[in-house]
Design a protein around this ligand. Structure first.
Ligand SMILES: [Fe+2]
Length: 387
C-alpha cells in the first residue's frame, strides 16, 4: 500500500437515470457551439446517437457526427476523427458508446489540436498540447474510459496495441445514465462486466493501490459481483444496470490511479494479435493471474472473496483467499464468458506462446504494478494453463 501518493479524478460526474438529458446544457456551459459526436454503429442502431443529436440541436448546438468507430479501433480511425474535428472547426468532442468510441473521442480531442498522427503519441506523456474539451457518455458498464487518461488504439505495423496516456485525455465531464445501458446485448453486458471486474480486482491488488483506490475498488467488486448475473439475464433490470454502471465507474477511477496488473498485460496480445475483444480477453486471463498472485496478498484476496459474497469468516486465510478465484470462475461460468483460450476459436496453439509472451512482456506498466513478479517463463506457463 502506497502511503504518499497523488490522486487524480475528472472534474465532474453526473450520474443517474435520465442524466443524458442534460447534455446540451452541459456542452454549452463548456463553451461549445459546434460539437464532434464520436460513436459507433451499434449505438447509432440503438437510436441513442440520434437521441443525443436531438438534445444538442435543441440547445442550438451544431453537431458533426463521426460514427465509424470499430471494436479495438485503429490509430487511423482516431486520426480521421481528429481531422474531422479540425476541418469542421468543432470546439467540443463528445464520446458516446463503449471503450472504443470513448477512446477514439478522447484521442480525437488532442489530435485536433496537435500536429502529428495518433501513433506518434502512443506511450506516456507524449502529447504536447491540451486538446478540445470533452464529455464522455458510456453506453456499456465496463471500460471506465469515461474517467481515465488513456486511449487504447490498434496498430497494423508493427501489429499490436498501444495507449495514448496523457493528462490531456482526461474528460472534463462524464455523464452516466443507466437507462442508456438497457439495450446492451447480453454478450456485451457479460464481457464488458468482466472487464470492469478485472479493473476493480487489479486496481485493488496493484502495488500502486492506496487507501482511496482500495475503498473504490472493493465497493466496485461488490457491486459488479452482485449485479452482473442479473444484468446479463435481464437487460431491462434497471437496478442491476444502475449498480453495474456505478461499479464500472468506481473501478475506472481506481484504475486511473492504481493502474491494472498482469491480467491486462497477458490479455493484450489476445487483442493486438488476434483481435479478441478487450473484455473477453481480460475476463479469460483474470482468474489465472489471481491464482498466480494469491500468495502475494492473501488478506486482499480474502477481502475480494468476501466482497463477492463468499462465506469466508471461519476459514483459514489461505482458504479464504482461494475463494476469490472460485468466485470469479463461478461468475464467468454462469454468465458464459470464455474461460479457456481454445474457446476463442482463433487457432492459438502452444507454438504461438513465444510471440504472445514477447508481446505481453512489453506491457511494462501493468507488469510493474503486479503484486508478484512475473517472468517470461511464468507468462508462458500461465498461457499454457489457460489454453
Ligand atoms: Fe480494461
Amino acid at each position: 500500500m502506497k502511503e504518499s501518493f497523488t490522486f487524480k479524478i475528472i472534474p465532474e460526474i453526473i450520474f443517474g437515470r435520465g442524466a443524458v438529458e442534460k447534455i446540451g446544457q452541459e456542452a454549452g456551459k463548456r463553451g461549445a457551439s459546434k460539437v464532434l459526436l464520436v460513436s459507433d454503429e451499434g449505438v447509432a442502431k440503438a437510436g441513442l446517437l440520434e437521441k443525443v443529436r436531438q438534445l444538442l440541436l435543441k440547445d442550438k448546438l451544431e453537431v458533426v457526427i463521426f460514427d465509424k468507430v470499430e471494436p479495438e479501433p485503429w490509430v487511423e480511425t482516431a486520426d480521421e476523427a481528429g481531422e474531422m474535428a479540425r476541418q469542421e472547426d468543432c470546439n467540443l468532442v463528445i464520446g458516446m458508446g463503449g471503450g472504443s468510441a470513448m477512446d477514439v473521442a478522447k484521442a480525437a480531442s488532442v489530435l485536433a489540436t496537435n500536429e502529428a498522427k495518433a501513433s506518434h503519441y502512443q506511450g506516456l506523456d507524449k502529447v504536447p498540447e491540451p486538446g478540445l474539451p470533452k464529455i464522455m457518455i458510456p453506453t456499456t458498464a465496463g471500460t471506465g474510459s469515461e474517467v481515465t487518461f488513456t486511449a487504447v488504439l490498434s496498430n497494423k505495423k508493427p501489429k499490436g496495441k498501444g495507449g495514448i496516456n496523457s493528462p490531456y485525455l482526461f474528460p472534463q465531464l462524464a455523464i452516466l445514465d443507466p437507462l442508456l445501458t438497457l439495450s446492451m446485448p447480453s454478450l456485451v453486458t457479460a464481457s464488458t462486466g468482466m472487464d470492469a471486474l478485472t479493473h476493480a480486482i487489479e486496481a485493488y491488488t496493484s502495488l500502486q493501490a492506496t487507501l482511496i483506490t482500495d475503498a473504490l475498488s472493493l465497493k466496485a467488486i461488490e457491486l459488479i459481483a452482485r449485479n452482473l448475473r442479473q444484468a446479463v439475464a435481464d437487460g431491462q433490470n434497471a437496478d442491476a444496470r444502475e449498480n453495474m454502471l456505478m461499479g464500472s465507474l468506481l473501478a475506472g477511477i481506481a484504475l486511473a490511479n492504481a493502474g491494472v496488473t498482469a491480467a491486462h498485460a497477458l490479455a493484450y496480445p489476445l487483442g493486438g494479435l488476434y483481435r479478441i475483444g478487450h473484455g473477453v480477453a481480460n475476463g479469460l486471463m483474470l482468474p489465472y493471474i489471481m491464482e498466480f498472485n494469491l500468495q502475494s496478498s492473501l488478506e486482499k484476496f480474502a477481502k475480494i472473496a468476501e466482497a463477492m459474497g463468499e462465506e469466508v469468516k471461519n476459514l483459514p486465510l489461505e482458504e479464504a483467499g482461494k475463494r476469490s478465484v472460485v468466485a470469479v470462475n463461478r461468475l464467468s461460468e454462469e454468465i458464459k464468458v470464455p474461460r479457456k483460450i481454445r474457446e476463442l476459436n482463433v487457432g492459438i496453439t502452444e507454438s504461438d506462446f513465444p510471440e504472445m509472451t514477447t508481446s505481453a512482456m512489453k506491457v511494462t506498466r501493468p507488469l510493474e504494478n503486479n503484486p508478484r513478479r512475473l517472468t517470461e517463463e511464468d507468462t508462458k506457463a500461465i498461457y499454457k494453463l489457460a489454453l
